[in-house]
Structure formats: C-alpha cells, structure tokens
Design a protein around this ligand. Structure first.
Ligand code: KG4
Ligand code: ZN
Length: 322
C-alpha cells in the first residue's frame, strides 16, 4: 500500500482444493496456507516491483476464522516483522470487508451503512469513521453465502455456489416459486436464512421425485436468489433510513452478485441514497482490504506484539478503537 493505492494484490484461491468436499476442510486449508504463503508474499512484492526492504509495515488477519489458517498467517507476519524490524498489526477480517470500498476511487463519506455479506457473515453496520463500527443487525443462523452454497449443493451444481446460482438465475423466472421469508418483527434488522435454505431443499427433493417438472433448475435458482436479495436489499435500505445516512455500501463475497447490486442501487436511488461497492476481486477475500485496514491502524500508532494470538470468534465490538 502507498497511502491507499494498491501496488499489487495476489490471491491464491483454494476453491479447486475444497471443491470435491462441497465446503472448506479446515485441515487442508491450513496445510495449503503453509505451503503457499511464502510464494504468495514474494509474488506480491515482485508484482509491486519492490523488495521486502521497502516495506514499512505488515497487516495480518487475526480473526474471525479457522484457527489453523489464521495461525499460519500470524506467525509468518510476526517472523517477518521481527526479522525486518518493522511493525505489524493484527486485523479483524470484517474490518477489511467494511473498509474494502476505500480501495476504489468512488468512495462514500462518513457516516454510511454497510452490508457485509459472505460465506461466513451477514451483518449491517453503521460506520462513523475508521474503527467506529456499530452492528445494526445480523443473521441469526446461516450467512447468505452459506445459503447460496447449500442450495447449489442440493441442485448438484458444486461449490462455491454463488456464481453458479447467479449465472443460472439469469435464464430463470424469479417469480415462478415463492419461497417463504422469515418473520423477525417489523423493525428487526436481523436476518435468517436457514428456513429458506430448508424450504428450497424440500422443494428440490419433491421436484426431483416428480417427472412432470413445471419449474426448471434456472427457475429454482432465480426464485431462491430473488428471496435472498429482496431481504438483503430491503434491510440495507431500512438500516440506512433508521440511521439517516445517504450512502450505502455492499461488501463481501455475495456482494459480487450483480442482481443484488442492481436491486440495492435502484432502491437506494428511490430513497435519495447512493450505493457504493468494491469491484468483485475486492469483495471476495483478499489481502488488499486487510492491508488498507492495517495502513490506517499502523499510521495511527497501533502495533501488534509477540503475545498477540488469533481468535476464531472476534466480534467487531472487540477491535481496538482508533
Ligand atoms: O467473502 P468471501 O470470499 O469469503 C468469506 O469470508 O466467506 O465470500 C464467499 C461467499 C461464498 O459463499 C460464495 O458462494 C459467495 O460468497 N459468492 C456469491 C457470489 N460470488 C461469491 N454469492 C452470490 N452471488 C455471487 N456472484
Ligand atoms: Zn470474507
């Protein structure tokens, strides 16, 4: 990072590795991290046209996430920092997603509402500044991305499911099947996707047993996607209205979904609000967003020390206030 300019962003995807298992296998994930971390860091330096001596700080994710993978990253960062005599700082993964929009040229001004929606999280935050994040609502069970992955699995479409469902949905009728929505109270900004996930799974089971298929696979994908994006978009706008902000942001893997972006954008425009979003490669997990959060924290004097540990659970309320 040079200010907030990205010099390089290298991501080693493990999608192919976990694909046969239909989800992430923790033991395989940490082994792969260990095997690849050196190469990925060297590639990032080479692409940026710099050497490790040009670095003046290191940012590393310390949670929430899988302990084994987090440990590989943290101990690599500690060793790098110690050897180069430069500071490092531990970052909350969610802060990376919340700030990822600032990797773009088009950025919101504070305060704004951000929906972070991925395979592990579905949360709305009110953001008043760097390090000042108030959760407004979150999923009470599954994350939206998890629902995409599960539905893709029951339809036999493989893992991860988001992109496949989105592509299929383009040729389907989103109004063909009305999947139920969870009733969490009129003012609730929380989400629930496990009922929807089960409803789709039951529908698909009956549908597979029935030779006379009225709906196509694309119709099921489109109707499911519609149920998810409707609720995500409605609650994002409701959160913005409640907190009286005029900028909304969508971030995290599911925010790659164009139908979701279009819906939030339309609804926001009708309410006099503007939508901001990171490009897809900054929506899915990436090092650039962690580097950005680290840049702000290190510039403000925050430092990690050798006693720092990883956290499988790391609520946003626990991150140090800047
Ligand atoms: O942020 P991310 O890369 O990793 C987590 O922290 O979870 O998000 C991955 C999730 C997966 O569940 C994947 O199915 C979903 O994001 N996803 C999508 C799309 N692209 C990725 N969901 C819906 N539509 C997409 N286009
Ligand atoms: Zn993520």
């Amino acid at each position: 990072m040079d200010g907030s300019r990205v010099l390089s962003s290298v991501v080693h995807s493990q999608v192919q590795l976990h694909h046969p298992y239909g989800g992430v296998v923790p033991e395989l994930a940490s082994r792969e991290h260990l095997g690849k971390i050196n190469t990925v860091v060297q590639q990032a330096l080479d692409t940026a046209g710099i050497t490790r001596k040009d670095l003046d700080g290191i940012a590393v994710t310390v949670g929430p996430g899988l302990i084994g993978s987090l440990l590989v990253g943290l101990y690599f960062a500690k060793a790098f920092s110690y050897a180069l005599r430069i500071p490092y700082v531990g970052i909350n993964h969610l802060e990376g997603h919340i700030l990822s929009v600032f990797l773009e040229e088009r950025t919101p001004s504070f305060p704004f509402v951000v929906l972070t929606v991925s395979g592990g999280h579905t949360t709305l935050y009110h953001v008043e500044g760097i390090g000042r994040y108030t959760p407004l609502g979150q999923t009470l069970d599954d994350a939206a991305g998890e629902a995409f992955d599960k539905v893709a699995k029951v339809l036999g479409l493989g893992y991860p499911g988001g992109v496949v469902i989105e592509n299929l949905a383009r040729s389907g009728n989103k109004d063909r099947i009305r999947f139920p929505r969870a009733h969490l109270g009129a003012d609730s900004l929380d989400f629930s996707f496990s009922g929807l996930k089960t409803a789709v799974a039951l529908y698909v089971k009956k549908w597979q047993e029935n030779a006379q298929k009225e709906a196509s696979t694309s119709d099921i994908a489109a109707s499911f996607q519609e149920a998810v994006i409707r609720i995500l978009a409605e609650k994002t706008i409701a959160a913005a209205e409640k907190t009286k902000v005029s900028s909304v942001v969508v971030a995290g893997g599911v925010a790659c979904n164009q139908a979701l972006r279009d819906r939030v954008k339309d609804m926001a425009a009708r309410c006099g609000m503007t939508l901001y979003y990171p490009r897809p490669s900054y929506c899915t997990d990436n090092g650039a967003m962690i580097a950005l959060a680290g840049y702000h924290r290190i510039s403000r004097g925050e430092r990690g020390d050798l006693s720092q540990d990883v956290k499988s659970r790391y609520p946003i309320e626990d991150i140090p206030i800047l």
